[in-house]
Ligand binder design. Sequence first.
Ligand SMILES: Nc1ncnc2c1ncn2[C@@H]1O[C@H](COP(=O)(O)OP(=O)(O)O)[C@@H](O)[C@H]1O
Ligand SMILES: [Mg+2]
Length: 474
Amino acid sequence: MNNNITLDFSLFDGFPDMCFLVNENGNIRVLNKASLNRLELHDSEPEIFFDYVELCDRSKAESLFKESFTKGNSSDFETRLFIKKNFINVKITYIPFTSNGLDEKLILITARDISEEKRKEIDLIRFFNVAENSVNPLQITDLNGKMIYVNKAFEAASGYTSDELIGKNPRVFGSGKNSSKFWDKMWDTISSGKVWVGEVENLRKNGEAFFTQLLISPILDKDGKVSGYFGIHRDLTEKRTLERQLIHTQKMESIGTLAAGIAHEVGNPLASISALVQVAQRITTDPFVNEKLGLVKSQVTRISKIIRDLVDFSRPSNYELELTDINKVVYEAVEITKVGTKAKDIIFETDLSNDIPMLPLIADQTQQVFVNILLNAVDAIAEKKRENKVEKISVKSECNGDEVTLTFTDTGMGIKEENLSKVFEPFFTTKKEGRGTGLGLWVSYGIVKSFQGDIKIKSKLNEGTTFIIKLPIS
Ligand SMILES: Nc1ncnc2c1ncn2[C@@H]1O[C@H](COP(=O)(O)OP(=O)(O)O)[C@@H](O)[C@H]1O
Ligand SMILES: [Mg+2]
């Protein structure tokens, strides 16, 4: 080795990076202490620098090297060096080196160990991917509460794009439903470095509400100081909907039990009254009394009908299910409904699928459900201001997967939004006194549920209503 150069090069011994002087063929002419230590070369044979470069990067390393040599420019790149059976991540820099008194052109190569940075980078990428692809909406805010990161799930849940959110305060989703005290408490908790959890009602960009459980955790820096906040939402919308459905179902069930009890208690005295009225009518000769008894009888008949409906609600358990042709039941229900005088200007359309298997049902109860729905549809059309338009009731049956869907659509007056959840409740009616009992849909609901089915409504005021019944196949 050239002594002159070694002397100059000792300058680099204080450097933490590995430094080499390499000639045109890649021979290492001199190297600093850091390189000696790492490579464990005890100032022995000169070696070819590129032998240390990871195989797949070697030709790139050589061509950049050549370029530096011929053009005299510096360049750098990242690769891995294979040293003592280990790969280490490095950043290589080529610097053309000219010095007076040198008889050959050399290149100074520095190799900085970037393993630690690489490891951090990989960690960061890993965490970024976890955050980005998490199904939970995530947000990171700075100390002032301005958002600096939101993930894809957050964009989906809020309806805003990340660009629209960055730099804003999460207040933009505020529904105003949570009190300012609630949020003060949240700030108190997180600014003191503690984790806060609460249930919040947010607003999507389109104004819809979405419910989440929000957990906010302070992000601490190396010294344990709060440097920002990390918020993670758990979507509760579905849970809320299920809860509401469950409450509804339970309410219907308890009313059913109560009603059946009352029906039973009232049924017997009513039968006695009916019998007594008949006896009294038979023996009286007074036409006035006879007429009044007739009225009593008709009122008793009305009460009896209500009682019968109430009993129907809890009756299914007493009956055996039989395999039933649902299309036939639909057809008969339509025929029965058509006969009514109010139905005479209405067009009935049926679209019944041939692929429907026989279903385990009680035919006459199923028919009762359909007739109830169809008669309501006829009423809804009659109630509407007629505009010389064609009024229609269409019934469709179809089979999808493991259930059969029946839809009854009318062009009637529709149902007000606030009444949608009430129509299945007993005694809910919008009809004039004496016209409706408000029991039809309640009984229908009970019957459909007893077949493990489901009944739902869609409606638009003044446009019409659709009842959707789903019955399981099996
Ligand atoms: N197809 C329909 N179109 C509009 N409103 C309907 C329809 N079906 C039911 N409703 C509403 O639901 C209420 C309850 O229906 P129901 O339980 O059958 O009782 P009733 O027919 O005795 O009023 C009706 O009074 C009406 O307001
Ligand atoms: Mg009805």
